[in-house]
Design a protein around this ligand. Structure first.
Ligand SMILES: Nc1ncnc2c1ncn2[C@@H]1O[C@H](COP(=O)(O)OP(=O)(O)OP(=O)(O)O)[C@@H](O)[C@H]1O
Length: 202
């Protein structure tokens, strides 16, 4: 089945979760702090223990090694990890146009990781994720550290990626206006259960 399909996903602290996100569709995910949004993304990315069936474009997570699945589903954590000294050492492929769209010149590749602001880290971690060409995006508050202009740039870049590659997206946010801008469906976690909160065509 095309898109991201989650059937009877169970992990600690949450009632069983089932949903489907079609190709090119963006689902906003909200819920109070500590309700389990990050854990849901981490379960879908096979980063925490869980049971249930997860598939992406017909390929089941259980049929492949975890690293192969994680490359396909593209999880963007709220706080990014960096392990090399410079920005450029974290990238295998560079799309200069995408860097420019997020406000970076080519010299950013030589920057020391330690100089990065939290907003620069957030935008560069998105560019790093997209450079791996994942088939789905699991985004944990991708604009949380950004001013309005940079948040708009990030929303635009993710929208372009989603539409060009027909990518299903889960987008965690606390911002109801952002949900209205970027998402076609809205899931909400309440009392340990996932429910559909609203829906509109995009
Ligand atoms: N490894 C773990 N084992 C047990 N409980 C955990 C673990 N990691 C996180 N939790 C708890 O699970 C709950 C959900 O955490 P999660 O990070 O998914 O919340 P969230 O909805 O993303 O919150 P926020 O909006 O604050 O980021 C929290 O109460 C958290 O303390």
């Amino acid at each position: 089945m095309a898109g991201l399909s989650v059937e009877n996903l169970c992990f600690s602290g949450m009632k069983p979760v089932s949903f489907r996100i079609g190709p090119g569709q963006c689902a906003g995910l909200t819920g109070p702090s500590g309700s389990g949004k990050t854990r849901l993304l981490r379960a879908v990315a096979d980063l925490i223990p869980h049971t249930g069936e997860i598939s992406l474009n017909g390929a089941y997570a259980r049929t492949m090694p975890a690293h192969a699945w994680r490359k396909k589903v593209g999880f963007l954590p709220a706080e990014s990890a960096w392990w090399e000294e410079t920005v450029g050492a974290h990238f295998i492929q560079i799309d200069a146009a995408e860097f420019r769209r997020l406000g970076f010149d080519a010299d950013v590749l030589s920057w020391d990781i330690n100089r990065l602001s939290s907003g620069e880290r957030q935008r560069l971690s998105l560019l790093r994720l997209l450079s791996g060409k994942p088939e789905a995006l699991l985004l944990d508050e991708p604009t949380a550290n950004l001013d309005d202009d940079n948040a708009a740039r990030v929303e635009s870049l993710i929208g372009s990626y989603r539409l060009h590659r027909n990518t299903p997206v889960i987008w965690v946010t606390h911002d109801p206006d952002q949900i209205r801008r970027v998402a076609a469906v809205h899931f909400r976690i309440k009392s340990g259960a996932l429910m559909q909160a609203a829906k509109r065509q995009r």
